[in-house]
Design a protein around this ligand. Structure first.
Ligand code: FMN
Length: 305
């Protein structure tokens, strides 16, 4: 038996291991539960929930790209009421920590959602999506505005005692300025990154491959960008970071932790290898054992620059 301790404290959020499944790539946990044991992973981040149900954008909403994919789902989701009635009961059964991701088109809507979900015991923390590039209202308008991100953090903080994670956009010149304002306004953690804005054309029709024209680029193609953003935050701001972006192997995950992440999320890879969230655990243990690391959290920000 390995003596490596995989548990991590991400600020106030205690996880049995640093592996989380990213918002929008595992729905509400039920579908992926056929492929992996959810109880073994650190936690699941739900698809963004909004106050009212959203149909999302018209198709085509997804396109493959070299080493990744672009999506413009447009935050399609069941809405708060159905989430509480139909999705939380399943999530309660799963012995994994649930992080509820919330999207909104106004600060009031974020607050209303958080208040409505605050008493749900199954929800361990809130991840606030201020950074979706695929919706006209909210999304990037907030994600690109430091003072709006500050106000959202402040109001959400006042509405809950659960850990508040703000999910940051990479589509900005200085992501660390956003992390700074999150810390100042009482946010506990930042997650980085959401998708990068991209576009693609059908050369024969000369029309965009995605009906929304632009989409969010994810997958291995964005990994170096994501690591650079995590590193920038880690070097400039004293706040726990959850790393996201193109992780496809245990080695990628280790890279994110070295660059400053306390935990990480698997996103696009869930569509390719939905078992990775389980398989990665023994590999992480082996790596730590070989490196003489007793607690995986010692890896966080262990870069030598
Ligand atoms: C199909 C799809 C849907 C997504 N939906 C959401 C969402 O609802 N809310 C959110 O915060 N992020 C969403 N994301 C972004 C991911 O959570 C993640 O931040 C991003 O894909 C980068 O990680 P990856 O390269 O590992 O996929 C979505 C990503 C994909 C591919």
């Amino acid at each position: 038996m390995s003596s490596v301790d995989l548990s991590v404290n991400v600020g106030p959020l205690k996880l049995k291991n640093p592996v989380l499944l990213a918002s929008g790539t595992v729905g509400y946990g039920n579908e992926i539960s056929e492929f992996l044991e959810l109880s073994k992973i650190g936690g699941i981040v739900t698809k963004s929930i909004s106050l009212l149900p959203r149909k999302g954008n018209p198709p085509q909403r997804i396109v493959e790209t070299p080493s990744g994919m672009m999506n413009a789902i447009g935050l399609a989701n069941v809405g708060l009421e159905i989430f509480i009635k139909e999705k939380i009961p399943f999530l309660k059964e799963v012995k994994s920590d649930i992080i509820c991701n919330i999207a909104a088109s106004s600060i009031e809507e974020y607050v209303e959602c958080v208040k409505a979900l605050n008493n749900e015991e199954a929800i361990k923390a809130f991840e606030i999506n201020v950074s979706c590039p695929n919706v006209k209202e909210g999304g990037l308008i907030f994600g690109n505005d430091v003072s709006a991100v500050g106000r959202i953090t402040e109001k959400v903080r006042a509405a809950t005692d659960k850990p508040v994670i703000i999910k940051l956009s990479p589509n900005t010149a200085s992501i660390s300025r956003f992390a700074e304002v999150v810390k100042k306004e009482g946010g506990d953690i930042v997650s980085a990154i959401n998708t990068l804005v991209g576009a693609a054309f059908d050369i024969w029709k000369k029309t965009p491959k995605i009906a929304n024209v632009t989409g969010g680029l994810s997958g291995p193609a964005i990994k170096p960008v994501a690591i650079a953003k995590v590193l920038e935050i880690s070097r400039k701001v004293d706040i726990p970071i959850i790393g996201i972006g193109g992780i496809s192997s245990w080695q990628d995950a280790v890279e994110f932790m070295i660059a400053g992440a306390s935990a990480f999320q698997l996103g696009t890879i869930n569509f390719v290898n939905p078992k990775l969230g389980n398989d990665i655990l023994t590999d992480l243990e082996d790596y730590c054992a070989k490196m003489g690391i007793e607690n995986i959290s010692d890896l966080t920000a262990s870069y030598k620059i």
